[in-house]
Write a new protein. Structure first.
Lengths: 216, 216, 216, 216
DNA sequence: AATGAATGAGCCTTCATTCAT
DNA sequence: AATGAATGAAGGCTCATTCAT
């Protein structure tokens, strides 16, 4: 059970950045960067607030000026990533005409790239979500949005006669996004040796086959 | 938190069961059962040795007669499950002639059943593996054995002309076992609402499709 | 606001003494005695749990085996005094025939003796009662019982035609017990120089006069 | 807790008001008013300087421009009340011819009125006096002056043959002023239900009786 | 004068682990 | 073997106070 969730410091979520003085903004940023470093190195449970403050080069009391607890700073940290995680923006992706499979590959490539960069934080997020309701909810929101997009896409393909109608889109969306997620997790967290483009190719192939997608 | 390193208690692994008196065997068993209950209820980090001892109905000190730490008792606990996890034995499964797809369904059904029963412990195992080398290795061993079986099967199907030869069996084995694993994890840990037989059917369908398996 | 009232250690009030092993009973007693010493020396707010543990000759962690907080140990401490405070038992006081004024003197003498011995603790109790509901209630109970006895006595005297009927017994009981209480508090806490027997005599005289008590 | 000893801020007592600019005078006044509000609400120990500054609408640091500590501002606060506490000025009270008992009632009424208005602050003053020498001295000065006036009056009545010569005026002055003080404290702090004019009447009656005062 | 971010002393609390009985 | 009291490392949190701007 997290011990300090109910702490009510001045600035539990961190004030909106705009309300802070430049100096405060700098300190807050230093703490967030330090937190990322420490969390990635030590995981959530072994990360100590003192270490975060030390790494940020401030006194440990300063931590509490900005964040009420480890949970709070972690959630603030992922808030900073959230839009990037949910809507990876490859430049001018919309302009190019690409067929379904290429789109799928692009989507999987984006996902793996994100996971390569943020996988450690996501893994910690999942760890924290086991103990912290707020983290769990925020994580679920992100995942659900992601899975829903996949489900809608599958349903679209089925309507267009481009995917196996025997597939239940809800199960498939959960299963196939999970496949990519789990693959990435194993790959990056446990340093299994795969090659990037081949992973993109193979995961996309499995995904397309699984739905019996027809090339367009 | 003590980092489960230098601790050198009397009996780090617990004595081999055979060497124990009946009374000691009973105490050890009570501790293991209590540990399972407490771990499932509280997760690894929030489980306290005190609670395990209390639940087992023994004094705190007694814990250390059998196990050196929370890590030790957890590993002893999963040791007891290991063969069951790796080789789910459905009665007389080998006797019946079944085609590939039915075999696949049976395999997935077994897996989901195991996960339904042991999923909470497996999730904790994965949590612990992030912090504990021994847990990580033991987990990896189990997973690797499991994935290797899948890979061999895929390679067999390819050799028999019953699966898409473009698939890389190593990637596919990792991805598809991961798909089922992650699906089960989400399902049972996060109480997502799926129906058991349909999950078996859909996961098997996705798996078979992904490999372009031909029915036999 | 007291910070740790909601702490729920194994033994918030201290178990009934009978349930403790002799060693535990000794430690608990040592902590209570140390607490009394430290509270009397430093007052409630400046008393530190570490000092109590040190004074008792135990590690500070041991404190928490027996008491959950400073508040808890203080309340346990006054529990030990309570019957003594409420029912001061002078030996064979009942046997001797004494008239009303002698009884009054005896009662005031008892009170001043108690205050001489426990005044510091009572003063701390009153301090704590400002911040802690449980302390306030326990204190009020004791005071109310004491004042009620005085009131009943005054009413009895009035019924017997031995005290001024214009006096309102409720106001008078509160005022006169308060007079003795406040006198004792000033005397012992602030080291004002009064002589014991003369204080007994004068307070009793003022009390008797105030009620226009007739000697019997 | 820092013991308010070695602190040497710019302005330990606050500058004499006369030396301040109008703006500074306003800020100082705002802090004193905020302090009163916060002390009355939270008591001394739970009052935080941060709250006082916030309530006054100034930055935390500004507090230290005017006062060196919580103790300092509290003492400055009661300084502002002191003359009022000691010399309650009922309008044209001196002009009217009143007999001794009426004077006594008037005096007690004044006292209870003061206590009704300032009782919370006085109670806090007494709390602080347990820990702070300066507060204790200032409080003692006020009380001694008050008690001395009562003693002189009693001695006067005795010399005039209007009060019991067996009473020791020093003891009686302490006891009877204490009676009223303690009554008021209980009444207003603990919300005991008494009626104002009856309290005046009864306390005066008890006081007069106690001294066997003769009506003039 | 005022600001408010930064500081760190001071104290609290938990719980894994030891050890005398 | 079992007990359970004692230990103390580890880390958390608050808030009075300072100081650069």
């Amino acid at each position: 059970m997290p011990k300090n969730t109910e702490a009510t410091p001045k600035n539990q979520q961190g004030a909106p950045e705009s309300a802070l003085t430049p100096r405060a903004r700098r300190t807050r940023k230093a703490l967030l960067e330090a937190a990322q470093k420490v969390f990635e190195r030590d995981g959530f449970h072994n990360a100590r607030i003192t270490d975060i403050a030390d790494t940020a080069g401030v006194a440990h009391g300063t931590f509490y000026t900005y964040f009420g607890s480890k949970e709070t700073i972690f959630l603030a940290l992922v808030d900073g990533f959230l839009s990037e995680l949910l809507f990876p923006s490859s430049p001018n992706s919309e302009k190019i005409k690409i067929d379904s499979f290429e789109r799928l590959k692009k989507s999987n490539r984006d996902y793996l790239e994100i996971y390569r960069d943020y996988g450690r934080i996501i893994a910690i997020w999942e760890e924290l979500a086991k103990y912290n309701k707020e983290a769990a909810e925020k994580l679920k929101q992100g995942e659900d949005a992601f899975i829903l997009r996949a489900r809608r896409k599958i349903e679209q393909l089925q309507r267009d006669g481009l995917a196996d109608p025997d597939i239940d889109a809800r199960y498939a969306a959960r299963a196939l996004t999970g496949m990519v997620h789990k693959f990435a997790d194993t790959w990056f967290s446990k340093k299994e040796d795969f090659e990037f483009e081949q992973a993109v190719e193979q995961l996309s192939l499995l995904w397309a086959n699984a739905l019996r997608m027809k090339r367009t």
